[in-house]
Design a protein around this ligand. Structure first.
Ligand SMILES: Nc1nc2c(c(=O)[nH]1)N[C@H]1C(S)=C(S)[C@@H](COP(=O)(O)OP(=O)(O)OC[C@H]3O[C@@H](n4cnc5c(=O)[nH]c(N)nc54)[C@H](O)[C@@H]3O)O[C@H]1N2
Ligand SMILES: Nc1nc2c(c(=O)[nH]1)N[C@H]1C(S)=C(S)[C@@H](COP(=O)(O)OP(=O)(O)OC[C@H]3O[C@@H](n4cnc5c(=O)[nH]c(N)nc54)[C@H](O)[C@@H]3O)O[C@H]1N2
Ligand code: SF4
Ligand SMILES: [Mo]
Length: 735
């Protein structure tokens, strides 16, 4: 049997690395990096091979299934859509539009089917719309919206040209970057140093990224906001700001200066957990470098100060003249220039709330932390039916362990997913898309956040099975089912026929024609999908170019350095800090701060069924400093109980001095031993759901994002047999 090799991308994470997939006898026999890929240049991480593992996984659903008692039975597509339509329309007729809730998970953003996700959302007209963004980049979007006039204008870190890269709350050596698409992040970081630049990592853990850096600053979790305020004070009082950039690009400079008056590094140091001299040095070196950029990501998003921290990150970049210039923070010019138009979209901020009034709508959706309560709380806004698409919120979001039971109480629940997961096991019907290797796509979202302008294409490696549907086709059928169509028998067929012709690739092709490189602007030399398809690894559209003030959505085209509500919140924070109250001070009952971490072979909750991804040691461990372990009499490898005000879980302890004292790190997305889960490999693995420890009420007050890096815990020996032979934790000198 001859082998064929097809170029496409790995769609598991934002990096979308170019891969070459070799197939022999219908089996994926090799996956390697595509050296011709214009962005990843041959780089792949160990997860890429999971694209093959997923495709061949016997546990992956290949046909729609309907729940019968405790099990699922196959059902035909037409029958499935007819039943879903009937049930959803009945719920809406009886209880109104918002009685149908919808949740969109992370992989939704990794294919252009997300366009149809948006269409379904619009067709539902529900206020109960949720996404993984509200446990992810919401604070970053909120800060972007207030400062630049659009939530899409989250600036990209120009890592390939910077002289100084300062990373806060991100571990790109493992994650390969997020909201700055930078495949091969490790190599890019090494390049900064090779060309004489400096890399600093600010993180409570000496991460894989920190090990590549010139300097590691072990900040206290949640301490960044204090550290950045201290830095800003130094920049202002020592006259280190770039006045020209401030005056031409920004507004709010006098208010910003007033804010940091008296906010000295000495005053901030105890709350940041970083000494004053380090804060001063960080400020001075940021200003002195020819170009410098602060890059912050999820570690600081998932904090109660998430929005404020991202505001200060953008602000420091701007006032040191590093906004919209090479080597600083820039905006991409993607082939579909979403940011240009996004500024006209209403954000619907606070237009409605959850039933308790605690969570405000932002980006016309509600924070996911409210979800379980919105299903179980009686009242006019109660969710009676759910649609989940590419998400596993039972594991991935804090719900006090109540979401699974809540899903059971629904009148009807339909999931679009290829697995029976901790979430979808509660569904009445599961609709599985074909495997990612069976779909064709154009990467339309991530060029908006890429370190170089580009466009890349995903070819099908396998022809989809005759009765297989791609996500977009499933979503399109769902749109038809929920639209209030008259004479449904006829109009439904017409709508379906219309949608069948409008694949996202076709839609993207039209949008690209009208974009900055499109045929409408460039004539025959313009970009077309055909040209992208023919390229060996996508088309490079050049380095990031300055885009201000054109792109900005504020009326005067100025960047807002001092949004009034941010100033008020920051003043309160400083005031509290002056009285010894801060987000980094431990409480009486709990003495350790819990944060998250990611592993190179894991992807949120869902690669744990591919054997090559989970082989080796237990990944879901509580990482603790040796001195903290010794103080508590805890043994490396022994099971420990981690308790917060919200819940308690048992995992194995891992002792290492890479983590700051007083901090414990546990990864999310584990705990697959629930009954009925269809992941047979994952179901046998150790680990627990860390989100049982996080309180959904702990949120970033601006964006409503779940602040899961702000949970206090206590760790005690577990009354269980140890899973491995424990060794006495070495006691380390106390810092
Ligand atoms: N405590 C804590 N919690 C966290 C985080 C953290 O750092 N700490 N991180 C958060 C972040 S950043 C994120 S993005 C979320 C992720 O949260 P979610 O998006 O809710 O969860 P995932 O684990 O990504 O689950 C993805 C699901 O989509 C399915 N899937 C995969 N590919 C496809 C596809 O192509 N089509 C369809 N239809 N389904 C598909 C998988 O089978 C899986 O069930 O988790 C968040 N949760
Ligand atoms: N291998 C792998 N890659 C992934 C994923 C995965 O699950 N596995 N998930 C993908 C997704 S959905 C996303 S959103 C991205 C996320 O990409 P990153 O943002 O790079 O995510 P993490 O690796 O979780 O890094 C967060 C860092 O923040 C640190 N941290 C925690 N609290 C604080 C704090 O208060 N201050 C500071 N300064 N640091 C803090 C943690 O120690 C951790 O090192 O990764 C993507 N890539
Ligand atoms: S970094 Fe790894 S998982 Fe992400 S796209 Fe590249 S190969 Fe795939
Ligand atoms: Mo994420």
């Amino acid at each position: 049997m001859s082998a064929t090799t097809i170029a496409r991308q790995c769609t598991l994470c934002e990096a979308h690395c170019g891969i070459l997939v070799t197939v022999e006898d219908k089996q994926v026999t090799r996956i390697e990096g595509n050296p011709e890929d214009v962005l990843s240049k041959g780089y792949i991480c160990p997860k890429a091979t999971a694209m093959g593992g997923l495709h061949h996984d016997p546990d992956r659903l290949r046909t729609p299934v309907r729940r019968v008692g405790e099990t699922f039975e196959p059902i035909g597509w037409d029958e499935a859509f007819a039943e879903i339509g009937r049930r959803l329309r009945a719920v809406r007729a009886e209880h109104g539009s918002s009685a149908i809730g919808m949740y969109l998970g992370n992989p939704a953003a990794h294919s252009s089917a997300v366009l149809y996700g948006g269409l379904l959302r619009a067709a539902l007209l529900t206020r109960n719309f949720y996404t993984a963004s509200s446990i992810d980049q919401f604070p970053q979007e909120f800060a972007a919206w207030r400062m630049f006039g659009s939530n899409v204008l989250m600036p990209v870190t120009d890592i390939d040209r910077t002289d100084r890269l300062v990373i806060l709350g991100a571990n790109p050596a493992v994650s390969n970057g997020s909201i700055t698409t930078m495949p091969g992040a490790k190599l890019r970081i090494k390049e900064v140093r090779k060309r004489g630049g400096t890399v600093v990592v600010i993180d409570p853990r000496r991460t894989e990224t920190a090990r590549l850096a010139d300097e590691h600053v072990a900040v206290a979790p949640g301490g960044d906001v204090y550290l950045l305020l201290g830095m800003l004070h130094v920049l202002v009082t020592e006259n280190l700001c770039d006045r020209h950039s401030i005056h031409t690009q920004c507004s709010g400079w006098p208010e910003l200066r007033a804010l940091v008056d008296g906010v000295t590094p000495e005053a901030m140091a105890p709350h940041a957990g970083v000494d004053a001299e380090t804060i001063r040095k960080l400020a001075r070196e940021h200003a002195a470098a020819p170009s410098a950029v602060l890059y912050a990501r999820i570690g600081v998003c998932q904090q109660v100060t998430g929005t404020l921290t991202h505001w200060l990150v953008n602000t420091i970049n701007a006032v040191t003249g590093n906004l919209d210039r090479p080597g600083g923070q820039m905006f991409a010019t993607p082939p579909i220039d979403a940011a240009r138009y996004a500024k006209y979209l209403p954000m619907g901020y606070g237009a409605w709330t959850d039933s308790s009034g605690a969570y405000k709508s932002f980006r016309s959706e509600l924070p996911v932390a409210a979800l379980a309560e919105e299903i179980t709380t009686d009242g006019p806004g109660r969710i009676r039916a759910m649609i989940t698409y590419a998400g596993n919120p039972v594991l991935s979001t804090p719900q006090r362990g109540r979401l699974g039971a809540a899903l059971e109480t629904l009148d009807f629940y339909v999931a679009v997913d290829m697995y029976v997961t901790e979430t979808t096991r509660h569904a009445d019907i599961i609709l599985p898309p074909v495997s990612p290797l069976e779909r064709e796509d154009l990467n339309i979202l991530f060029p908006v956040f890429s370190v170089r302008n580009n466009v890349r294409y995903d070819a099908r490696v396998f022809e989809p099975p005759a009765d297989g549907l791609e996500d977009w086709q499933i979503l399109a059928r769902l749109v038809t089912e929920v639209l209030p169509l008259p004479a449904r028998g006829v109009t439904g067929r017409v709508t379906n026929a219309l949608f069948r012709r409008l694949s996202p690739v076709r839609l993207a092709s039209a949008a690209m024609a009208a974009g900055p490189y499109g045929v409408l602007r460039k004539g025959r030399s313009g970009l077309t999908v055909a040209k992208v398809r023919e390229s060996a690894g996508g088309i490079d559209l050049g380095p990031l170019r300055p885009r201000l003030p054109e792109l900005i959505g504020t009326w005067d085209k100025k960047v807002r350095l001092a949004p009034p509500d941010f100033l008020t919140a920051a003043r309160e924070l400083v005031h509290d800090a002056g009285r010894g109250r801060s987000f980094t001070a431990p409480s009486e009952d709990f003495d350790l701060k819990l944060i998250g971490r990611r592993h190179l072979r894991s992807n949120n909750s869902w690669l744990h069924n591919v054997p090559s991804m989970v082989k080796g040691k237990d990944r879901c461990t509580a990482l603790m400093h040796p001195a903290d372990a010794a103080e508590r009499g805890l043994l490396d490898g022994a099971p420990v109980t981690v308790t917060s005000a919200t819940g308690s879980i048992t995992v194995a302890l891992e002792v290492s001095d890479e983590i700051r004292r007083g901090v414990v790190a546990i990864p999310h997305g584990w705990g697959h031993r629930e009954p009925g889960v269809g992941w047979t490999v994952a179901a046998s693995l150790p680990g627990a759901n860390v989100n049982l420890l996080h309180d959904p009420a702990t949120i970033d007050p601006f964006s409503g994002a779940a602040a899961v890096n702000n949970t206090w815990v206590r760790v005690t020996p577990a009354p269980l047999a140890p899973s491995a032979t424990p060794t006495l934790a070495e006691s380390a000198p106390t810092a």
